[in-house]
Design a binder for this molecule. Structure first.
Ligand code: GGG
Length: 358
């Protein structure tokens, strides 16, 4: 009987996405073969080049095409020549929304072998997860412009916080904290300045927290929270924030852990009613695209998260061990980590460590 295959949609997208995705898939294929995981990759050339050729980032029925897959493996979106809001709202955001990938899970760890810009910080000091609300909040389509081109020109955009949307992301954060040693959730707020939606967020946070008595909590306004990420990264375990706050914190977090180049993310549909999507936190990095020097770890780690989500925790662990082992070899580190290696040499070293682990 033919073994069941896992169907993955691959969208390398733009810029360095086209470099790190194939490098990551080489590693994943190696590990899949070791664990008998049968993955069938289907590639989609959607992105800014397609936009220039056809006028849209993906075909009209793109979301319908993706719906049949078990997961989506995405590289990066955006390139000069297409306005960023056009590329993002033409591909990444519709996928997150249509498939109710409401939990954007972004682990932050100082890996052994990477130097943090924070003096004296060690791997044990930086190990937390940002849980970003991924379907509503400040990323809204409600608003518009009036009197364009006149001196009365105006624009406005409404943030949207629904009871269902806020409660489900908070519950997700508390459930996740319940699986971790420290069992602590921090809420990112700004209820002093943003006087309607953020007090509501705080109210829902207090209400949901009361249902998880075994989990400790705190909350900070986003401005001082950003400072604490730098000064006290060891305070954090699970940090939950709105779409915008979570996005900003999940760039800052990896930066204090050495480089955004290693940061992975999972856009999760927790009910598993539609495919979830796995992508590095970093974008398409046009400044280094085409030079072969992008750090492939964010993409590889995202692939490991995908395998874990699909039920293969052992494959995830093997990749993570291989990443950490590869980081011991300073020859292959990419420039963002202070080395002279490149995408292929680093991915190759990770592949080699996966091979040796068999
Ligand atoms: N790796 C996907 C990507 O290109 N992310 C860049 C980005 O700016 N994303 C915006 C967002 O996550 O809201």
């Amino acid at each position: 009987m033919k073994e069941h295959s896992i169907e993955i949609a691959v969208i390398p997208g733009d810029g360095i996405g086209k470099e790190v995705v194939p490098a990551a898939i080489q590693v994943l294929d190696q590990v899949n073969a070791q664990f008998g995981i049968n993955i069938n990759w289907t590639w989609f050339d959607w992105g800014c080049e397609r936009f220039h050729a056809c006028g849209s980032m993906m075909p009209e029925d793109g979301l319908e095409q993706l719906a049949r897959f078990d997961a989506i493996f995405l590289g990066a979106v955006g390139f000069p020549g297409v306005p960023d809001h056009v590329s993002l709202w033409g591909l990444l955001i519709p996928i997150r929304r249509r498939f109710e990938q409401y939990a954007n899970v972004r682990p932050i760890r100082l890996l052994k072998g990477i130097r943090s810009p924070l003096r004296d910080r060690k791997p044990k000091d930086i190990d937390f997860i940002v849980v970003r609300e991924n379907n509503e909040g400040e990323y809204s389509e409600i608003g518009g412009r009036l009197y364009t081109g006149t001196d009365r020109e105006m624009c406005m955009q409404e943030a949207v916080f629904t009871r269902q949307g806020v409660d489900r992301i908070l519950r997700y954060a508390f459930e996740l904290a319940g699986t971790r040693k420290r069992r602590h959730v921090t809420s990112a707020t700004k209820s002093n300045g943003i006087k309607i939606t953020m007090p509501y967020w705080d109210e829902r946070f207090a209400d949901i927290a009361a249902r998880y008595p075994g989990i400790s909590t705190d909350q900070y306004h986003i401005d001082i929270l950003a400072a604490h990420f730098v000064l006290h990264p060891d305070w954090f375990d699970v940090v939950v924030g709105s779409n915008l706050f979570g996005d900003i914190l999940s760039d800052l977090g990896p930066a204090v852990a050495g480089t955004i180049g290693i940061a992975p993310s999972a856009n999760i549909n927790p009910d598993r009613t539609s495919p979830s999507m796995f992508e590095p936190v970093h974008g398409s990095a046009p400044d280094i695209a085409g030079k072969g020097m992008a750090n492939p770890i964010g993409q590889i780690w995202s692939g490991a998260m995908m395998l874990e989500f699909l039920g293969h925790a052992d494959a995830h662990d093997r990749i993570m061990h291989a990443i950490e082992a590869a980081l011991a070899d300073t020859q292959v580190l990419t420039p963002d980590m202070g080395g002279r290696g490149n995408t292929l040499s680093l991915a190759g070293q990770i592949l080699e460590h996966c091979r040796r682990a068999e």
